[in-house]
Design a protein around this ligand. Sequence first.
Ligand SMILES: Cc1cc2nc3c(=O)[nH]c(=O)nc-3n(C[C@H](O)[C@H](O)[C@H](O)COP(=O)(O)O)c2cc1C
Length: 173
Amino acid sequence: MAWTTLAPAAALDLKFPEWLLFVVTHDGAGHYDLMPAGWAMQCSLDPPMLAVALHAQRYSLAQIRATGEFGLAFAGLGQHELITWSGTRSGREVDKFAAYPIRHSPGSATGVPLIDGCALAFECRLASELPAGDHVIVTGHIAAAHRAEPPVSKLVNFGGWYAPAVAAPDDVC
Ligand SMILES: Cc1cc2nc3c(=O)[nH]c(=O)nc-3n(C[C@H](O)[C@H](O)[C@H](O)COP(=O)(O)O)c2cc1C
């Protein structure tokens, strides 16, 4: 087998598909923010924990540090416009929940709201931070987890365009 050697950035452009999640935060005084994030993962089984890499300048990171709480919610089919909109402006400049019709309901364990249209939502309590280049990896204990009813298909990022995560029966291996 032959290999073509690429610059790291060029190779990383080819890493898709990637999950699409929303990082959902609050400031402790009833104001919410959310941003899409692709760099999220489960990082512990027992206790159950999730992690997400946030750029050091993200307003979402400041909110997490202020309250010690954050939500990670898998984006659902139909949320592509909210992904693009909320991923191209900061909660530092715009109150995203006031400027965009984001329907939501209260979480059960934290002050983080559950976003209508997401497939799966986790409420997390901040556990640790790990500096990673220009990002900070934030880990959190899962305090509560919720699945949309009726179930919603998760969205996958193919690198600028999004599609539902559905397996074609003939392609399953
Ligand atoms: C599809 C997509 C995935 C993204 N993934 C991440 C990510 O994993 N980490 C991150 O820090 N920013 C990521 N961003 C950028 C943030 O969502 C964006 O900068 C957002 O405006 C930050 O909002 P905030 O300042 O209100 O926190 C992503 C953006 C898009 C559109």
